[in-house]
Ligand binder design. Structure first.
Ligand code: NAD
Ligand code: UDP
Length: 336
């Protein structure tokens, strides 16, 4: 039995589908701070495999201990956390509370329950400004915002824990830019308020919820001047977690990039989305967004080696097509 914290969220819900498809038993723990119960109903609809759901907070150690014990969990995939860079700059204490203290309580609960296998959702933001590209896992870690620092602190906590007790098995997965949706169009990303990220914003323009996209900067040192990122299909990412679970059969602590190794510019993404949706995406060129870097993409060799040959296979066209299917079938997300 696997405990999935934050399983109702964007990446969590897609991972639940892949875990259930792989024949795993799961229990989801989520406080629904940034998600809807509907996503879990859809997971059931897709997988047709029942699973348990606990409404609870990762900062509540007693609930965690009870859940681990009652369900006989042997491993944890830990997605729960807050993820907005902008919000973390404005409300850093909320981010340290949720992401750092929450993860600490979870690890403590696991320790007292004798559950010593964990996969942790980290982020490429832990690298900070690139000293070289592609980012390898050995690139210096120097996050430039509070969100990224909460991820780095948890990573350090995990490395210290593994060094102190070598019977732990810990996989740290550093995601690049997850986009897309399950091919059924039943689950996908459903951000609250105005999206900060590119894809949800573009998709909301295409579906008519927003008028125009702002492109933050066209004077970067990239082929067309707009920012370049390593976009990865969320289903590829989810399948990476199933592969990582297998790697937890060995003890120790590893950190892996989950990306495609390829970068796409903002303009390339806009064009791919226009083609996928058949809708125009009007945009305005704006000054650079503060804190943004020109380019970011992953070295992927280590992940493929550790994860038994796993690699991201879906291209940017497929990502946009699947993202559009979700957005067009659910123009207002899970709100209906
Ligand atoms: P999401 O917000 O959709 O999902 C996170 C889930 O955790 C939500 O269902 C939310 O309700 C839940 N949650 C938050 N705080 C909680 C708490 N204290 N107790 C219980 N549940 C709680 O985000 P996502 O995009 O699915 O991201 C999942 C993880 O991956 C996060 O840790 C995020 O930081 C990390 N990550 C995301 C991205 C990305 O671009 N989406 C990139 C890198 C890393
Ligand atoms: N971006 C943009 N307009 C938006 C949102 C994002 O031009 O409304 C650009 C942003 O400057 C970056 C890329 O799109 O170059 C990806 O941004 P996102 O916020 O999705 O990811 P991150 O910057 O965290 O990698």
């Amino acid at each position: 039995m696997i405990l999935v914290t934050g399983g109702a969220g964007y990446i969590g819900s897609h991972t639940c589908v892949e875990l259930l498809n792989a024949g795993k038993e799961i229990v989801v723990l989520d406080n629904f701070a940034n998600s809807s119960r509907k996503s879990l109903e859809r997971v059931l609809q897709i997988s047709r495999k029942p699973f348990a759901v606990v409404e609870g907070d990762i900062r509540d150690q007693a609930v965690l201990e009870k859940t681990l014990k009652d369900f006989g969990c042997t491993a944890v995939i830990h997605f729960a956390g807050l993820k907005s860079v902008l919000e973390s700059v404005n409300s850093p204490l909320d981010y340290y509370d949720n992401n750092v203290i929450g993860s600490h309580r979870l690890l403590r609960a696991m320790q007292t329950s004798g559950v010593k296998r964990m996969i942790f959702s980290s982020s490429a933001t832990v690298y900070g400004d690139p000293k070289f590209l592609p980012y390898t896992e050995d690139h210096p870690l120097n996050p430039v915002n509070p969100y990224g620092r909460t991820k780095l602190i948890v990573e350090e906590m995990l490395r210290d824990l593994s060094a102190s007790d070598p019977t732990w098995s810990i996989g740290i997965l550093r995601y690049f830019n997850p986009i897309g949706a399950h091919e059924s169009g039943l689950i996908g990303e459903d951000p609250k308020g105005v999206p900060n990220n590119l894809l949800p914003f573009v998709a909301q323009v295409a579906v008519g919820r927003r008028e125009r996209l702002n492109i933050w900067g066209n004077d970067y040192d990239t082929a067309d001047g707009t920012g370049v990122r390593d976009y990865i299909h969320v289903v590829d990412l989810a399948q990476g977690h199933v592969a990582a679970l297998k790697s937890l059969e060995q003890t120790g602590c590893f950190a892996l990039n989950l990306g495609t190794g390829r970068g796409n510019s903002v303009l390339e993404v806009v064009k791919a989305f226009e083609q996928a949706s058949g809708k125009p995406i009007p945009y305005d060129m704006r000054p650079r967004r503060s804190g943004d870097i020109a380019s970011c993409y992953a070295a992927t060799d280590r992940a493929t080696r550790y994860l038994g040959g796993w690699r991201a296979t879906r291209d940017i066209e497929t990502m946009c097509r699947d993202h559009w299917r979700w957005q067009s079938q659910n123009p207002n997300g899970y709100a209906g």
